[in-house]
Write a protein that binds this ligand. Structure first.
Ligand SMILES: C=CC1=C(C)c2cc3[nH]c(cc4nc(cc5[nH]c(cc1n2)c(C)c5CCC(=O)O)C(CCC(=O)O)=C4C)c(C)c3C=C
Ligand SMILES: [Fe+2]
Ligand SMILES: [Fe+2]
Length: 359
């Protein structure tokens, strides 16, 4: 059979609304073996590496997968917690908190879950579970505030790939970005303010975002502009002028040019221009992960201090802060408009019919 049916479908079951939050995904363990399989899946995605497939297959399999897993496993082992990878732990906590919040306002009409673009729990399996729970309308919220084809569109591809194999497609809403959502801007600004309550404001606030190859920007990806917009809005909220903050890009991969300025080069050069203290915030990461805890928290701290900097602080991601969960719920509520009312009236009809049938 080409298209999967709905084997467990029952008539007269209440239609539910599904809410799926997603993130990138992480290896199963900080080991060379687990890293090899994670990196193979991640770096084989044509949305991530836009290089002719045959050429990239050779580079990935003959070079990268022979060297990178060992190096990355070492980096992951510095951030790994007893219960697992920070990205997984925070995303699971976010989903649980969001579930409680949505349940408080919608009861069991809404089912909430999380999935990862690479590795487990997969988007395919989680959507399947949601459909089996009766979700006929689904909102997908990838936890990437700034749209990027490598992340947001890749998530869309995975959702679409799942439905391409199905017979009965639900109503679907996909949130492509929320880089300027007032609750997102407020939550990050408040997190910075909270940090300032316990630490004096530094000479510069550094906004560091994950980079992408520069040619993705010139080919039309809005990511760079959205990162700048987010930073400007947070800076305005905090009352900072243009000399008090900088926007830069981290986590380069490969040899080609990526978005500039580079975070590491910037931090290495700032002390020479008289900047003695920095506070670094990474608003593009909705959960702390390898790239924030290790790369920003450890590696770049060393660069700054070795170059003569005196004080370096990393301001954590929003993770499962209540303000972050409120923001997710607000974005989802906006995207439930029309749906909740539909579900209510359909379920009322169904109830009326079944009551009628009993008379
Ligand atoms: C937040 C948005 C992200 C963008 C944009 C992004 C682009 C991108 N990433 C790579 C290569 C790697 N990224 C890696 C880790 C990683 N990347 C993001 C997010 C974005 N990536 C996160 C949240 C993480 C951390 C995951 C975790 O488990 O904690 C890695 C793996 C680590 C390593 O080996 O260094 C690679 C590789 C490319 C090529 C790319 C854009 C095109
Ligand atoms: Fe990445
Ligand atoms: Fe990194």
């Amino acid at each position: 059979m080409k298209y999967t049916g709905s084997p467990n479908f029952k008539h007269n079951q209440e239609d539910k609304i599904g809410v799926l939050i997603t993130n990138l995904g992480t290896p199963d363990a900080p080991t060379k073996k687990a890293l090899r399989s994670y990196l193979k899946e991640f770096l084989s995605d044509p949305r991530v590496v836009e290089v002719p497939r045959v050429l990239w297959w050779l580079i990935l399999n003959l070079v990268i997968l022979n060297f990178r897993p060992k190096r990355s496993a070492k980096a992951y082992s510095t951030v790994w917690q007893e219960e697992g990878s920070p990205l997984m732990l925070y995303t699971a906590k976010q989903a649980e908190a969001l579930k409680q919040k949505m349940r408080a306002s919608h009861g069991d009409k809404v089912v909430v879950d999380f999935a990862m673009r690479y590795g487990q729990p997969s988007i395919s399996k989680t959507l399947d579970t949601m459909l089996q729970q009766g979700a006929r309308k689904i909102v997908v919220l990838p936890l990437y505030p700034q749209y990027c084809a490598s992340t947001s569109a890749s998530t869309f591809d995975a959702v679409a790939a799942e439905f391409q194999q199905r017979r009965w497609i639900p109503d679907l809403r996909f949130i492509s970005q929320y880089c300027d959502h007032p609750k997102y801007i407020q939550a990050v600004a408040d997190k910075i303010r909270l940090h300032w309550q316990n630490h004096p404001q530094a000479d510069k606030l550094i906004f560091s975002y994950h980079g992408i190859p520069a040619r993705y920007l010139t080919n039309g990806d809005p990511y760079f502009c959205q990162c700048h917009k987010t930073s400007r809005l947070i800076a305005e909220n905090l009352g900072l002028n243009q000399n008090q903050y900088l926007v830069c890009f981290q986590s380069r991969f490969g040899r080609e040019e990526w978005l500039k300025p580079y975070t590491d080069h910037t931090l290495q050069s700032l002390p020479a221009s008289g900047v003695e203290s920095v506070q670094v915030v990474c608003p593009g990461f909705s959960a702390d992960c390898l790239e924030t805890i290790e790369e920003i928290g450890i590696e770049n701290r060393d660069y700054f201090l070795e170059a003569g900097g005196k004080r370096y602080e990393y301001i954590p991601a929003l993770n499962d802060d209540p303000a972050h969960i409120d923001m997710m719920a607000a974005i989802i509520e906006t995207n439930l408009h029309g749906w909740k009312e539909d579900a209510d009236s359909a379920n009322r009809d169904m109830l009326a019919k079944s009551l009628g049938a009993n008379e």
